[in-house]
Every structure is written in C-alpha cells, then in structure tokens.
Design a protein around this ligand. Structure first.
Ligand code: GDP
Length: 298
C-alpha cells in the first residue's frame, strides 16, 4: 500500500537533510518533487493542486524552529496536510436514536460490497451489536447465496427473499428486513444492494428507491481502491445518482499507489469511514487518517 508514494517522499526528504535553512528555491524544488510523487500515485489533479498550494504556503511561512530542522519541518507539514486530505478526524459510525440503525451499501459490482457486509457485521457483533445482513442484490443469481455464505462465515444472520418466489423486489426485501429487525431485536441492518460493472441509470434508480423506502442512517459508497482515478469518477456518479454519507475503501492491500484514497475525500466531500485490506473477515478497520498518513511517511 502506498509503496511508490512512500519511496518518492522519502527521497524528497532525504534531499533536504543537512540544509540549515530552506531558501525559496528549495521550497519550490521540494514542492515540484512532491507534486510529481502525487501525480505518479494517481492522485486527482485538483487534489494535487490544493495539496501543493498548502505545502508551499506553510513552508514559506514556517518559523525558524530550534526543535526541528528544515527537513523535519517539511515532513511535519506534509504529514499534517496528508491527514487533512484524508479527512482529518476519524469518522465514527452514527447509530440511530431508535434502532435499528439502517446502513445501506452501494457501489459497482465487484467493488467488495458483499464481503464488506460480512466484515462490518462481524465487527459490529464484536462490539455487542446484533446486526442483520440483508440480501437486496437480486440482480445476479448468485448474489443472495454469496451473502448467505459470507453471513455464515461471519456468524451474522442474513435476511433474504424466499427461494422460488421469482426474482423478487429489492425494495420490498429492504423494507421487510427493517420490520424483521424490529421484531427480532437486531439493532443494525446492513443492506447489500445490486451493482453493475459500470455506472448505469437503472442500478442508480434501484439504489435510490431502496434509499427512499428505508431512509438509511448511513449510506456507504463502497469502492475498490485499485481502480485508481476511476474510483473518483465512480464516486462522483454515485454522489449525483444516489448520494452517500461516507466511503468504504476496499482492496487497499492491492493498491500500491493510493490515488483513490488520497483523492476521494477532497473530491466528494465525504469522509472515508472504513478500510478493507484483504479477503479475510478480519482485514477491516475503521479508517484513521492520522494512521494512514504515518504509514505513507513511514
Ligand atoms: P460485490 O460484487 O461488490 O458484492 O463484491 P464482492 O464482495 O463479491 O467482492 C469481489 C471480490 O473482491 C471477491 O473476490 C472478494 O473476495 C474480493 N475482495 C473484497 N474485498 C477485498 C479486499 O479488501 N482485498 C482484496 N484483496 N480482495 C477483496
């Protein structure tokens, strides 16, 4: 994760070592190098521009510090700005005042929604919640079974339409699942919705219909970090088509560059709430911008 960016930034900082004071030229050259490193990491251009502007402004205004040498000062500024671009504070899950808390997952097919539903369910159950997973992806024949398998592995119950009743209506399934949760004391409902391989208006409409039927407390946009700049475009399309409160970034384990992670917050204005880092149920955490920044600068 972030290997290229880490390496590039390390070499930028190394070139500043031993300098007594940073001249205007040093700052310009450093900003140029950081810009290239971000572009190489596939960070979206508006994000790179905003980032570099902040770095330059802060480096120029930096006080002569006794405690930190120039290289350390630049590292600190870059660290602070990385934390900022990644969202600043950790965004915690918001629970509804009156249970169940309804969480809806939306995203493209293959983005990792079903896997995430299981991870999220297990993570919540470990914190003494009583989640219910909901199979509202009735588009693909296998999707329901897949969620049932994930639920079994995560030891979290799954609400699914009865087999043999035709395709079924995902909106009805979602609505019925909330009633079921109320009856059976599930305090959280996690609704897995259908995705397509590309952005498609019918899929968006279906997600919007489910949203309107159950008024989720949290809509999470699930996106594969490995698709780089496409993640940003898809994020924008879902923002316009369905809207969401936060982002779950998946497959960070396979993302050597980190462009999606570094761009999505700034572009969409929505925080990254969860990070998925592998196929196993435990490869999942709440997203901490400060820890992610330290990892990049490690
Ligand atoms: P969905 O179509 O959005 O429901 O996506 P799935 O949950 O079925 O995931 C698609 C594929 O990605 C599956 O093979 C998952 O095992 C895999 N996957 C999901 N999350 C991750 C992750 O964080 N890292 C890796 N390496 N693979 C993942």
């Amino acid at each position: 994760m972030f290997e290229t960016l880490s390496d590039r930034l390390t070499s930028v900082f190394t070139s500043l070592r031993g300098k007594g004071r940073l001249s205007e030229e040093d700052i310009d050259a450093t900003a140029r190098e950081i810009r290239l490193a971000l572009l190489e990491a596939d960070v979206a251009l508006p994000v790179v521009r905003a980032f570099i502007a902040r770095i330059k402004e802060r480096a120029q205004g930096a006080e002569v510090s006794k405690a930190l040498n120039p290289a350390q000062q630049v590292i600190k500024i870059v660290n602070d700005e990385l934390v900022e671009i990644l969202g600043g504070e950790t965004r915690e899950l918001r629970f509804a005042k009156n249970p169940p808390t309804v969480i809806m997952l939306a995203g493209l097919q293959g983005s990792g929604k079903t896997t995430l539903a299981g991870k999220l369910g297990r993570w919540l159950a470990a914190e003494r919640n009583t989640p219910l997973l909901v199979a509202a992806d009735l588009q693909r024949p296998n999707a329901v079974t897949q969620l049932q398998v994930v639920g079994e592995r995560a030891e979290v119950p799954v609400f699914a339409p009865e087999p043999g009743n035709g395709v079924g209506d995902p909106v009805e399934v979602a609505r019925a699942s909330v009633e079921q949760a109320q009856h059976n004391n599930h305090n959280v409902v996690i609704i897995d919705t259908a995705g397509r391989l590309g952005v498609d208006s019918e899929m968006m409409q279906q997600a919007a219909d489910i949203r309107d039927a159950v008024s989720p407390d949290e809509i999470l946009f699930v996106v594969d970090a490995m698709i780089g700049q496409d993640a940003v475009n898809t994020a924008q399309a879902f923002l316009d088509g369905v809207g969401y409160d936060a982002v779950a970034l998946t497959k960070l384990d396979g993302d050597a560059r980190g462009g999606a992670a570094l761009s999505i917050r700034h572009i969409t204005g929505r925080p990254i709430m969860f990070a998925s880092t592998g196929e196993k149920l435990d490869d999942f955490t709440l997203f901490h911008p400060d820890r992610m920044a330290s990892r990049i600068l490690d």
